[in-house]
Design a protein around this ligand. Structure first.
Ligand SMILES: [Zn+2]
Length: 505
């Protein structure tokens, strides 16, 4: 009779939960039960474990085998538990030696005994830094190397290709930690640049303010005015992700199973989901609680082109994440949460046909059509967008002049300087102006009497909601940061008010 405990872990969202796999092998009627789990996913692992043990050349003990997963109260739905269950059985039945204390095992088994690379391993490893060692499927080994780029301690990580090789990493773990391999170069080059955008000074300026203060942006204009081009280039004027941010973004892609090249993502993500996507694909969820587009855009840009075409249910479901910069996905018993802190860029035509106020083409829409179209975007989401900009069709002279606009590098320099000012004012906390809380707006955005008078006039003229008013103040703060001014000046307020065009419509 023998009992052995193997350590493992599972993910709830990006949170790591340590799991104890206790294996009890004793004389009795041959039997294999797994206790302390609820989900079919883990039940199925019972069959995989038996087949893999046999196909790896070991024996499934002809005894009473009981596996107990702790904590028992938690529902477990992770196939990562195959390897620790198999290892526990092999150790408890004395077919392989026990691993050093504190070693953690993760991995899904195929019926033939090979270990399958799994989603989410990077997030798991990041939460297991206190482990004495971690054994993962060989296909996930690169993800472990990504962690070594961070300053914090990384335990020795061993890759395992097939269950038959399990003794080898255990022996290796007992000896010294192995040599360190070179990490592949992270990708940090953009393929697009702001210099490719001709004219559109107002929209370029709004993009710069958006990047400097993390402000959400709405672009309104006829087809062909470069709304998508502008949105796609916003990541090129955002400072690169810090190591910590980049690790967080890479973890989300790892959980989503989208980490095709195993390298750390350093470029800010740009996600442009089509308006036909489901609310689950946008927000996250489904049977396995995967992150949605809003979390894949974390740290970067979420671009919703043809904004009014998105179903109301999709837009409604954006409200809470826009507020909290995180998303909660409820599952039967557990709550899964993913970060979702992105700059939202929405683009739309001025009317259903697209040519309202166009200099050379006639609009075919009735006043009723236009009102209906605008009503689709009005309200809660529009209220949460800080900058509204109208793009006009540029004259042929501008387009044909061949003069290119300022490059992304030039704009990025000003964006960085403005962000540095905001960080210094926040007492060193790296938080963009768009994320200031109401109490901080009062403390960090003081307004002179002249500024207040301008705001009051705007309030009377434009019927601004309290939320819109707060946005105007935050945008003014960013404009003053870009100008290098210590205080918000009247001209900063005047410019910020100009970006509330949709509040008037
Ligand atoms: Zn029209």
């Amino acid at each position: 009779m023998s009992v052995f405990r193997v350590d493992s872990a599972i993910l709830t969202g990006l949170e790591v939960q340590r799991i104890g796999v206790e294996v009890d092998v004793r004389r009795g009627l041959p039997n294999f039960t797994v206790v302390g789990l609820a989900k079919d996913a883990v039940r199925e692992s019972r069959d995989r474990v038996i087949a893999a043990i046999k196909n790896a050349g070991y024996e499934m003990p002809t005894m009473k085998v009981t596996v107990n997963l702790t904590p028992v109260t938690m529902k477990k739905a992770s196939s990562h538990l195959d390897l620790p269950i198999a290892a526990g059985i092999l150790i408890a039945s004395r077919q392989i030696p026990p691993p050093p204390a504190g070693a953690v095992f993760l991995g899904e088994l195929s019926l033939d005994g090979t270990l399958r690379p799994a989603a989410g391993v990077l997030a798991l490893l990041d939460g297991l830094r206190d482990a004495s060692a971690v054994v993962v499927p060989e296909g996930n080994l690169e993800e472990g190397r990504l962690l070594k780029e961070t300053a914090r301690r990384v335990p020795p990580i061993r890759g395992l290709a097939h269950l038959s090789g399990l003794v080898y990493p255990i022996e290796k773990l007992k000896s010294a930690s192995g040599r360190r391999r070179r990490t592949p170069e992270p990708r940090d080059r953009h393929e697009t640049d702001f210099s490719e955008i001709r004219g559109q000074h107002l929209a370029r300026r709004a993009a710069e303010i958006s990047a400097a203060g993390g402000h959400h942006l709405l672009l309104v204009g006829p087809p062909g005015t470069g709304k998508s081009m502008l949105a796609q280039r916003l990541p090129t004027i955002l400072p690169p992700l810090s190591t910590q941010e980049s690790l967080e973004v890479t973890k989300i892609y790892s959980v989503a199973g989208l980490l095709d090249e195993t390298r750390r993502l350093t470029v800010r993500p740009f996600r442009a989901p089509h308006h036909t996507l489901s609310a689950v694909a946008l927000i996250g969820g489904g049977p396995t609680s995967l992150p949605g587009e809003i979390s894949l855009a974390h740290g970067g840009v979420l671009f919703l082109d043809e904004f009014p075409e998105f179903p109301r249910s999709c837009l409604e479901s954006l409200r809470q994440p826009l507020e909290d910069r995180r998303v909660q996905i409820s599952r039967a018993a557990a709550k899964v949460s993913y970060p979702a802190d992105f700059v939202l860029i929405c683009a739309m035509n001025p009317c259903p046909c697209g040519y309202l106020n166009h200099p050379t083409r006639a609009c075919r829409c009735s006043a009723m059509d236009i009102r209906k179209y605008l009503n689709r975007v009005s309200g809660p989401i529009l209220n949460r967008i800080d900058l509204h900009v109208e793009l006009a069709a540029e004259s042929p002279a501008v387009i044909l002049s061949g003069a290119s606009g300022e490059s992304s590098d030039g704009i990025l320099k000003r964006v960085r300087a403005a962000r540095d000012r905001a960080v210094a004012r926040n007492g060193g906390e790296d938080r963009v102006n768009a994320r200031l809380r109401p109490s901080e707006v009062r403390a960090l955005c003081p307004l002179s009497d002249e500024c207040l008078a301008i705001l009051q006039a705007a309030l009377r003229k434009m019927n601004l909601s309290p939320r819109s008013l707060e946005k105007v103040i935050k945008v003014s703060r960013t404009i003053s940061d870009l100008a290098g001014a210590a205080d918000i000046q009247p001209e900063h307020i005047l410019e910020a008010v100009r970006y509330r065009a949709m509040d008037q419509a």
